[in-house]
Design a protein around this ligand. Structure first.
Ligand code: SAM
Length: 413
């Protein structure tokens, strides 16, 4: 800080710090600066608060500079929550105006919150030079050299969008998805969220579950091929699946390979942590022995694929996810309890509404068209309707389809 031109007794008085634009002094370099023109001098209460904030946090994190009409906040790193908490406490203690436009501290906090690029270290946001700490330098050029999603390049997907015919919009259709989907045009669906039968041997109303794996995958992939065809360019397909660990069948990997072989981009994977601890500890004969320990899983997977492009177009006005939801849900491990009302709906393998809510808000826009080709008793279509999406639900069981219709009728909004 440049204080050399001040009288000597004022040199150490923080209130007399001069603000000098284009400062070359080394103290000021290396900080991000938030400047606020306030058109007045700060009150003694505001100056006291600044002093206390500076005393509370390490000098290297930030410092203020003030003059007759401006405040500059020099920011290097910050535990933002702790800063906000302490600032709020002081604002109350000193009885400052709490209207944002009249409160310089709220204005500064708002600007700090608007800074979207920062690193994180030991719980602090690092606003300056955080790239230098990255383990991998020149990340972009390295990605270019390696080639991202190489398996999905040279696809022949058309970008032309087709309208879903009115007779399918907001409908539950009873039938075999492989055949029903053939009636839909190419590129007419925005997002597909589904949970296929896992072939564990469950008691579904009509379909066989627990058949030879080759037959199982060839039927599943026939449906998924149609799904890829009807999906719009930039559309997403998200498959909830549970591997059959007891038979050592990694269904989630086999399904992922299928989509990648068909040129979809694997966008990622969400662990749906169900905390269902009723799995067995060990196979007989391997208790406390390395001979064949049985691994326990309390979660399922959501595999996410994109057709042609990772970016999905949509109007900003149709985004309905909140900032808090976004921050929480991009962390790809979701703690959600399993569906508890399966008995009530008479279906052995429903997923919970919360799972659908998160998927649709995170990956689609309002008014988008949502498809579930294994719709069961209609959890996807119910939530889609509630969230202002359009939908098509297909299931082979008439009984399940009737229940899905009933759930839609019960929605009042
Ligand atoms: C895991 S369940 C989906 C449950 C659904 N997510 C819910 O919450 O209600 C799989 C569904 O696929 C249906 N199904 C099986 N084969 C089908 C096919 N070829 N076409 C359409 N639906 C099928 C079954 O009837 C079953 O309801």
């Amino acid at each position: 800080m440049k204080i050399i031109e001040l009288e000597s007794e004022k040199k150490d008085d923080w209130r007399w710090r001069k603000m000098i634009k284009n400062e070359s002094d080394r103290d000021v370099q290396g900080y991000k600066v938030i400047e606020k023109e306030i058109g007045r001098s700060l009150s003694s209460k505001e100056l006291e608060i600044i002093k206390k904030l500076e005393e509370k946090f390490p000098r290297s994190d930030f410092f203020f500079q003030v003059n007759d009409s401006e405040v500059a906040f020099h920011l290097n790193s910050l535990d933002l929550n702790a800063f906000k908490e302490y600032a709020n406490h002081l604002i109350k203690e000193y009885e400052l105006d709490v209207q944002t436009e009249k409160n310089i501290f709220f204005e500064i906090i708002k600007e700090i919150e608007n800074i979207k690029s920062y690193g994180i270290k030991s719980g602090k946001r690092i606003y300056v030079d955080y790239n230098k700490e990255k383990k991998v330098q020149n990340r972009r050029s390295k990605i270019l050299r390696r080639g991202a999603y190489f398996y999905a390049l040279n696809n022949n997907f058309s970008e032309k969008v087709n309208e879903l015919p009115e007779k399918f919009v907001n409908k539950i259709i009873c039938g075999d998805s492989e055949h029903v989907l053939k009636q839909l045009p190419d590129n007419c669906i925005d997002i597909i969220f589904t949970s296929p039968p896992y072939n564990f041997g469950l008691d579904y109303d009509t379909s066989e579950d627990g058949i030879d794996w080759n037959r199982y995958f060839s039927k599943l992939f026939a449906v998924f091929k149609e799904c890829i065809r009807v999906l719009k360019y930039g559309g997403r397909i998200i498959v909830n699946v549970q591997p059959l660990f007891s038979d050592y069948i990694p269904i989630h990997h086999i399904i992922s390979n299928f989509f990648m072989d068909n040129k979809l981009i694997w966008k990622g994977e969400i662990l749906w942590e169900k905390h269902n601890y009723n799995c067995k500890y060990t196979a007989w004969g391997s208790w406390k022995s390395p001979s064949n320990p049985y691994l326990k899983y309390t979660w399922e997977f959501l595999e996410i694929f994109c057709k042609g492009d990772l970016k999905k177009t949509g109007s900003r006005g149709n985004i309905d996810i909140t900032g808090d939801e976004f921050k929480k849900w991009v962390y790809a491990k979701w703690d959600i309890a399993p569906e508890r009302n399966m008995k009530e709906w008479g279906h052995p393998a429903m997923f919970p509404e919360e799972l659908v809510r998160r998927v649709l808000k995170l990956f689609s826009y309002r008014k988008d068209i949502v498809l579930d080709p294994f719709n069961g008793v209609g959890t996807t279509t119910k939530v889609a309707k509630e969230l202002g999406r359009r939908y098509v639900g297909i299931d082979i069981s008439e009984e399940y389809c009737k229940k899905a219709e009933k759930r839609l009728e019960e929605i009042t909004c």
